[in-house]
Design a protein around this ligand. Structure first.
Ligand code: AR6
Length: 180
């Protein structure tokens, strides 16, 4: 397992390889679809591990728009909360980074509002939604770093990367951002 830790203000930013459903942070983030329904990838893994009570709770939330975030309890996960956010679908006509930034930002805001001190993110939009990992990693890391500088109530943000290749892309982007 690869792991990297950096201090940002009073908080810790971590990159690891691993599985989002196994994280013991207060919250884990789900790379969700607009219905907040069980799907493939991260959403499928989270719904399977959390159990059917999660879908029952999600049904009552009325869906989630791109760039927005909603919170539920963690059900069968170690994490107490799941924050569901819908990243943008990347396509020829839709490459605006604002929605991806908003997915991270609105997830972090929900965390602060709910007293969450530690949170794990997957690489939102870079699977089924097709966002290239390199630009997505820069948006993800820049948004989190900027937020942590003014929000010391969040003590730990962990990026959980599913492959060694994704981990290396995030690590390179983080090194570049911190040296800018
Ligand atoms: N833990 C950590 N990362 C994972 C895991 C896991 N268990 N499983 C996959 N990844 P995706 P999206 C990585 O497709 O692009 C779903 O069907 C994966 O390798 O989960 O935002 C939903 O229902 C990739 O790097 O999310 C939506 O319809 C990253 O997580 C749609 O996919 C994101 O992949 C959302 O697509």
């Amino acid at each position: 397992m690869s792991k990297l830790k950096k201090q940002i203000g009073n908080s810790i930013l971590e990159l690891i390889t691993g599985n989002i459903v196994e994280q013991d942070t207060d919250a884990v983030v789900n790379a969700a679809n607009k219905r907040l329904a069980p799907g493939g990838g991260v959403a499928g893994a989270i719904h399977r591990a959390a159990g059917p009570g999660l879908w029952e709770e999600c049904k009552k939330l009325g869906g989630c728009e791109t760039g927005e975030a909603k919170i539920t309890s963690g059900h069968g996960l170690k994490a107490k909360y799941i924050i569901h956010t819908v990243g943008p679908v990347y396509s020829g006509s839709s490459r605006d980074p604002v929605d991806l930034k908003n997915s991270y930002l609105n997830s972090l805001k929900l965390a602060s509002e709910n007293g969450i001190k530690s949170i794990s993110f997957p690489s939102i939009s870079t699977g089924a939604f097709g966002y290239p990992t390199e630009p997505a990693s820069r948006i993800a890391l820049q948004t989190v770093i900027e937020y942590l500088k003014s929000h010391p109530e969040i003590e730990l943000v962990r990026f959980v990367l599913f492959s060694q290749e994704d981990y290396s892309i995030y690590k390179k982007a983080l090194d570049e951002i911190l040296n800018e």
